[in-house]
Structures are given as C-alpha cells and as structure tokens.
Design a protein around this ligand. Structure first.
Ligand code: SAH
Ligand code: DHB
Ligand code: MG
Length: 222
C-alpha cells in the first residue's frame, strides 16, 4: 500500500523477532474478518505493548472500552494472569458475540466479562455500583466520546492506575483545531484533558506500522 509499505515490512520484521502471536490470536482476528468486523484491532506488537504495560503495572483488574473481536482483550486477559479479571465493553452485540467465541477458544472466558452496551452507560453503571478500582484502562471505543470516557474512568481508578488511549493521532488529523470530524474533536479534547487535569501525568507517542500512522496516549493517576 504505497507509502505504508516500509512500515508494514518493519512491523513484520519486529513482530517476527519479538512477538509470539499464537493460534488463538490469529484465529480471533480471522473470525472478526469472517463476520465482517472492521480490521481495526491493534497490531500484534501493539497488543504485546498493552500486555507489557499491564504486567509492568502488575494489573489484576483491567477495563477495556471497545472490544471488537476481542483481539486486544486476549492480550490483556493473558497479561492479568489466572487471578486477574478484564471487563471489556462493546456497543455492538454482534461484535460481542464474536469476541465471546474468541475468548472461549483462547481459554479466557472465565477471566473476562464482556459488557454489551454504550460505554457511557456501562461506565456510569460501574461508578454507581461502587466497582473496585481498575489498575489499567484501555480506551479504544468511539473517539468522539473519549473526553467523557476519561472523566468516568477517573472515578474507577486509584493512585498509580494507568490509562491508555488508542488512536490519538489518526493520520495526523488530530492537529487540526478546525476539524469538523467529531472523532478528531474527541481526541483533541481527550489529549487536552490529559495534559491539564491535575489528577494525571501523561504523554503521547506517534506510531507507524501495519496500522498506518497513529498513536497512543498513556497516563498515570497521581
Ligand atoms: N480494542 C479492539 C478494537 C476496538 S474497535 C482491539 O484492539 O482488538 C472499536 C470498537 O468500539 C468497535 O467494536 C465498536 O463497535 C465499539 N464501539 C463503538 N462505539 C461504542 C460505544 N459507544 N460504546 C462501546 N463500544 C463502542
Ligand atoms: C480505527 C482504528 C482503531 O484502532 C479504532 O479503534 C477505531 C478506528 C480506524 O482506523 O478507523
Ligand atoms: Mg483503536
């Protein structure tokens, strides 16, 4: 794909050297494709990055917004270990159904709760229920609501918890303050909140690779 090609080649090389993507992960992606889900799961080296972050934090409780076929969920669920738990939130019941199949095949069904519904509602429910704090939150659902997800997430974490936001660069779209794309405006407000909220310390990194040009934001709760 034109200018993306070197990034693809380098990602293939890095993944070949460093990332163990087993049959369950490959099958998770493929079942998503078979069911017509969009090919927007994290890349294998990004999944490995999320798993490493979870392990560095010693995460036992992970919250994910945006399940899709459960590809990133598998990485996170493996990272928390048998005593850990992942709650993953998905709007589309067909996506959630594919994800449950993939998690079952990966032997991870018992440590993952797939919650179906709009993430705003599910988060509000978790807050109302006085849910025990999450150690790591991966925000990867619709981008327009990212600022609202951050605000609710901050009621579900503790000092030292880590928040990762996906897709904060969007092929450079994030730099345009006049953008009429609600996804871009959502990302921009999310980044502004990360940078100004006294409860957080944060940074963001651009990425290139098999998923094109994008980026992650990462924040730690003070
Ligand atoms: N984390 C996944 C990719 C998620 S793609 C991975 O890397 O493997 C984004 C997902 O968010 C899609 O499945 C989409 O249906 C879901 N989504 C979109 N809007 C949502 C909302 N309001 N609440 C919850 N999920 C939503
Ligand atoms: C896209 C990529 C993502 O990782 C995501 O969560 C949503 C959309 C995209 O490329 O459109
Ligand atoms: Mg994403």
């Amino acid at each position: 794909m034109g200018t993306d090609q070197p990034w693809h080649d380098v990602d293939s090389y890095l993944v070949g050297e460093l990332v163990e993507e087993d049959d369950a992960l490959v099958a998770a992606r493929e079942l998503g494709r078979e069911h017509g889900l969009p090919p927007i799961e994290v890349a294998p080296n990004q999944g490995a990055f999320l798993a490493l972050v979870a392990q560095m934090v010693g995460a036992r409780r992970v919250l994910e917004l945006g399940t899709l076929a459960g590809y990133s969920t598998i990485w996170l669920a493996r990272a928390v270990g048998p005593e850990g738990r992942v709650t993953t939130v998905e709007l589309d019941p067909r996506h959630a159904d594919v994800a449950r199949q993939n998690l079952g095949r990966a032997g991870l069904a018992e440590r993952v709760d797939v919650e179906v519904g709009p993430a705003l509602d599910v988060l509000a429910g978790l807050v109302d229920a006085g849910t025990e704090a999450y150690d790591l939150v991966f925000i990867d659902a619709d981008k327009a609501n990212m600022p609202a997800y951050l605000e609710l997430t901050l009621r579900l974490v503790r000092a030292g918890s880590v928040i990762v936001g996906d897709n904060v660069v969007r092929r450079g779209g994030a730099v345009d303050p006049a953008s009429e794309d609600p996804n871009v405006q959502g990302v921009r407000a999310f980044l502004h909140a990360l940078g100004t909220d006294p409860r957080l310390e944060a940074t963001a990194l651009q990425t290139v690779g098999s998923k094109g040009w994008d980026g992650f934001a990462i924040a730690r709760v003070r």
